[in-house]
Design a protein around this ligand. Structure first.
Ligand code: URA
Length: 239
């Protein structure tokens, strides 16, 4: 590697060490964005492993045909974000835009979610991981017509949670809340309170699509976000 680097340095186009590291890791098959800081800090290896485990899980999901939804979906929507995050968000199922792009929460609801998260310093490109209960879009977004898909798909979400091992999960809406908390309470009753699930603090809140339809509920969602931020700060102080 050193030799390679020396040779590399001679090339006027590529003097930058970081560039070399990125290229080297990419050559080994790693997505390189988490490797920009190359040091011996405990946790870095952990993040590398999480990234690899997540990639392997995506491979295991493959071109999933475990339920009927594969017939109508355009793309699998696996998850997005930093698998080395302390906070994870769980949504329901991809909608039309997510299905087209293969990424969760990229439509109107997703833009609202991104803006809400920004206000408390969270971003899908940096410090959260987002996934849905279902990885394939139910036709017309009617998950209620495809409830049989939930237990089929759920093990993949659970594995994602296991890999990320977040300190906090924020459940967006009733479907995610029921899947994670196994509770049938209406979201209006259960939201805004932390629940402990195997040591993970789980906070249910409204789904951003619900907030688009019911802007009056944004006030309560904002209260939930403030609680989330407070919990993140408390857990960081504890460390
Ligand atoms: N709604 C969800 O629950 N998930 C998405 O990815 C998009 C919209």
């Amino acid at each position: 590697m050193i030799n390679n680097y020396s040779t590399f340095q001679k090339n006027d186009e590529h003097k930058d060490y970081e560039y070399f590291i990125r290229k080297y890791l990419k050559g080994l098959g790693f997505a390189y964005d988490r490797f920009i800081v190359v040091d011996n800090t405990p946790g870095i290896v952990n993040c590398v492993e999480k990234k690899i485990l997540m990639e392997n899980l995506r491979k295991e999901l493959g071109d999933c045909k475990r339920c009927e939804l594969y017939k109508t979906r355009k793309n699998i929507v696996f998850g997005v974000g930093n698998p080395c995050s302390e906070v994870m968000f769980v949504g329901e199922a991809p909608g039309e835009e997510e299905d087209l792009k293969g990424e969760p929460f990229v439509g109107r609801a997703g833009r609202l979610l991104d803006n809400m998260l920004l206000t408390i310093g969270l971003s899908r490109t940096k410090n959260i991981y987002i996934a849905n209960v279902l990885k394939s879009r139910p036709p017309e977004n009617k998950i209620s017509n495809h409830l049989e898909s939930i237990p089929i798909c759920l093990p993949f979400l659970m594995k994602q949670i296991e890999i990320v091992s977040p300190k906090i999960i924020c459940c967006l809406g009733a479907v995610a809340t029921q899947a994670i908390l196994n509770s049938k309470l209406p979201i209006s009753k259960i939201r805004g309170h932390f629940h402990d699930v195997n040591g993970i603090k789980v906070l249910p809140t409204y789904h951003p699509s619900f907030l688009l339809r019911n802007p009056i509920a944004k006030k309560e969602a904002w209260e939930d976000l403030k609680k989330l931020k407070k919990m993140i700060d408390i857990l960081r102080e504890d460390n």
